[in-house]
Design a protein around this ligand. Structure first.
Ligand code: AMP
Ligand code: MG
Length: 420
């Protein structure tokens, strides 16, 4: 991937939304495309705009189980015995001609016979013993008919390039008879944890050791984001070990994602190693949790640079850094349009002293028992405390140097928006 970034490194902490935009602007979409079966296309990103090959619906058809008739015939029959049912049209039937002076029994999805201009739902119809229909209420010409091409006409755009294929968009393509799609190749992401204290879940823990929960979490998040993960395990806290791991990561993936060791302590080697290898683009974001976040490139020659996203070691900081900053970068590399953040105003059901110098994303649950939902803290708010993060419905954002007042309105970000 070619590095397209411009100016490097800000002094101090970067505003979270500026950092997000910086990442979005820095990401280059993958070029590689493949044609795959629609059956396996869920979660993939369309590489080309798809145009409707045919009209939808294909013919005028009934929106109801009922009776198809020509309104003029019905009015003409009112003085006499009524319209006789002369035809039966189930779904799957061909396009028939409505017999003159009669009407057709018709079912949802069946083609409206040529000559009929209205469908009357069966609930409004009674049949007399001779098979004549009698209707309740007024009739509106054209009612209950789905018109040919009313949703899409052949040649109109169905889905744009860059669209994420969800269940409904797969169904939309299937409904137009499409069984193959051109999509972007899946993104390969190399994942590594750094830290001498880290051990694998399942191992016996000695005092001072910490289970590597970030890699477990990021494996899930990357899978949800439709990435292929190259899991490189745990790397020791040393420049040598990091260089070695980054060499491997760079040759194996489109993007490198690491956690830990990215703060400014003596044992934090990620930033200096990125600086040695090509380019640090920024380090430090004015948010809590998630301050020690870095973005840069691992240079491996003139035309080959691999982006590196370094997330904090603290587990909740790592999670928030992924959701707000890394994910939009990944989306753009996948060929997707970056999602606009969904947010709305919610009242706080608690008071809390706010953070100094950076915004805070409080993990909250929404209490829906009142008329208006109220946010309550989901548990302890330490950046090492996963319990609250595991229960939270969303983040309540508190601006820098602002205290939370009970009953005050704050911006709320639902966590569900970060799921794919
Ligand atoms: P660091 O960012 O390396 O200074 O780590 C900050 C805190 O996060 C320390 O308490 C680490 O032990 C912890 N930590 C770092 N990496 C992980 C990880 N992969 N899983 C769980 N905790 C971690
Ligand atoms: Mg560390």
């Amino acid at each position: 991937m070619n590095c397209q970034c411009g100016e490097v490194v800000t002094p101090g902490l970067l505003d979270v939304f500026k950092a997000r935009q910086w990442l979005i602007d820095a990401a280059s979409p993958l070029d590689s495309i493949e044609d795959i079966s629609l059956d396996s296309a869920a979660g993939r990103v369309l590489a080309q705009t798809v145009v409707a090959p045919l009209d939808m619906p294909g013919v005028d058809n009934s929106a109801m189980d009922g009776y198809a008739l020509r309104l003029a015939d019905y009015h003409a029959s009112l003085g006499g015995a009524g319209l006789l049912v002369l035809q039966r049209v189930p779904a799957g039937a061909g396009v028939l001609l409505l017999p003159a002076g009669g009407c057709a029994r018709i079912f949802t999805g069946a083609p409206v016979p040529v000559g009929a201009d209205t469908v009357v739902p069966q609930e409004r119809v009674t049949l007399d013993q001779h098979g004549h229909v009698h209707l309740e209420g007024a009739l509106v010409k054209g009612a209950n008919i789905r018109r040919q091409g009313e949703e899409t006409c052949a040649g109109t755009q169905l889905l744009a390039a860059g669209e994420y294929l969800n269940a409904a968009s797969i169904a939309l393509l299937a409904s137009h008879g499409i069984d193959t799609v051109s999509v972007k190749r899946r993104l390969r992401v190399a994942l590594l944890s750094t830290g001498d204290e880290l051990i694998a879940p399942g191992a016996l823990r000695s005092p001072g050791q910490v289970y590597d929960s970030n890699r477990a979490m990021l494996n899930v998040l990357l899978a949800q984001a439709q990435c292929d993960v190259v899991d490189l395990g745990v790397t020791a806290d040393s420049p040598h070990a990091l260089h070695h791991a980054f060499d491997h990561a760079q040759s194996a993936a489109d993007v490198v994602l690491c956690t830990g060791g990215v703060s400014v302590g003596e044992e934090d080697h990620v930033r200096p190693v990125i600086e040695q290898r090509g380019g640090l683009h920024f380090h430090g974001v004015a948010m809590k949790p998630g301050k020690p976040f870095a973005f840069g490139y691992l240079d491996a020659g003139r035309f080959s640079v691999t982006p590196l996203i370094a997330l904090p070691g603290n587990p909740v900081a790592s999670l928030v850094g992924w959701q707000l900053l890394a994910l939009p970068f990944i989306h753009v590399m996948q060929g997707r349009r970056p999602m606009a953040l969904q947010r709305y105003s919610v009242k706080a059901g608690f008071a809390k002293r706010g953070p100094r110098g950076r915004c805070e994303l409080l993990r909250v649950v929404l209490d829906g028992s009142n008329e208006e939902p109220v946010a309550q803290l989901a548990g302890g708010q330490g950046s090492h405390m996963l319990s609250a993060a595991s229960q939270a419905h969303g983040y309540l954002m508190v601006n820098a140097d602002t205290d939370v007042v009970e009953g005050g309105d704050y911006v709320y970000y639902p966590i569900s928006q970060f799921a794919a």
